[in-house]
Design a binder for this molecule. Structure first.
Ligand SMILES: OC1C(O)C(O)C(O)C(O)C1O
Ligand SMILES: [Fe+2]
Ligand SMILES: [Fe+2]
Length: 297
């Protein structure tokens, strides 16, 4: 195990300075998360014994996420507008939503966002990563912007346009997806060149890809933060090691960032609920650092 680098609490220096040190050393992720070690990981993502709501969700998603659907979803994203609001307004707007794909929480989305951000903050991570925790699931706003259902918004993501990986949860449910029987889409690389890089690969459309596209032009978040947002649901890749035949060197670098983010997203779901009223001033100050006052969603 590499020697741990010091967290902000130990050194008592500003988060900007820590950030700089970490970037220079290239070691931002070498420090084991204290948070991660206090959790019983077998309690999370148990899809075997998940309820029917979760199983039905994936059955539908795996049937309907086709190449044709994914191309259309991207055309719709580019040609339609969905409204303007601030980041905090977006957080509040999400509050009514319950995610049908999630076996681990039935709390509201604002709870989940605050729990994720607070866990990152407690571990002394930089402010850009805290704010990433706060906003990472805002793409679920798609549900209020005319998505077809939950299947094109939430749940784990996977590559479309090549063989569906057996590392995806409930892989047998792809029998009902027409792309399973396509002469090209059913091959190992499908429509892609080997090692073309994830930037050139179409991931199943949902809250990750949508939010990445919203923030890449309307925030000053660093590349690692945008990768955390774009790939946080891509468990077949970041947890199971699938799709190495499509990845390039850049992907190896961002994988470290995505893996570092994952415990905060997943294991904070069992933490105590947070108080949005108390926390709002702190997070509004972070939001102001990285986002314009109003964004195009
Ligand atoms: O990013 C997510 C997510 O927000 C979910 O709600 C979920 O159930 C996932 O499986 C996932 O990967
Ligand atoms: Fe998510
Ligand atoms: Fe999340």
């Amino acid at each position: 195990m590499p020697a741990p680098i010091h967290s902000g609490r130990e050194l008592d220096i500003t988060s900007d300075a820590i950030d700089e040190v970490n970037v220079i050393k290239g070691k931002l992720w070498d420090e084991d998360s204290e948070f991660d070690q206090t959790k019983d990981k077998t309690q999370f993502r148990d899809y075997e014994s998940a309820c029917d709501r979760v199983k039905d969700f994936y059955k539908e998603q795996h049937e309907k996420q086709t190449v044709a659907f994914n191309i259309q979803a991207r055309v719709d994203f580019k040609t339609k507008s969905r409204g303007r609001m601030s980041v905090w307004e977006a957080i509040e707007m999400l509050n009514t939503l319950i995610d049908e794909s999630d076996p681990d929480t039935s709390l509201s989305q604002i709870e989940h966002l605050l729990q994720t951000a607070e866990a990152i903050r407690r571990d002394g991570k930089p402010d850009w990563m805290q704010v990433t925790g706060l906003v990472h699931d805002l793409g679920k706003l798609l549900l209020l912007f005319g998505s077809e259902g939950q299947w094109d918004v939430v749940g784990d993501t996977f590559v479309v346009g090549c063989k569906f990986s057996d590392k995806i949860i409930y892989p047998e449910t792809f029998v009902n997806n027409p792309d399973t029987y396509d002469a090209v889409y059913s091959t190992e690389c499908g429509i892609y060149k080997p090692h073309c890089g994830l930037d050139n690969v179409m991931l199943s459309w949902g809250h990750d890809e949508y939010l990445y596209n919203v923030f890449k032009d309307q925030s000053t978040l660093p590349e690692e933060a945008l990768a955390m947002i774009r790939y946080h649901s891509f468990y077949p890749w970041h947890r199971e090691g699938a799709y190495t035949h499509l990845c390039n060197e850049k992907d190896a670098k961002i994988l470290a960032a995505v893996k570092a983010f994952n415990p905060y997203d997943l294991y904070s779901k069992s933490d105590e609920p947070c108080d949005p009223v108390k926390l709002r001033p702190y997070y509004e100050s972070l939001i102001a650092k990285f986002f314009p006052p109003v964004l195009d969603w």
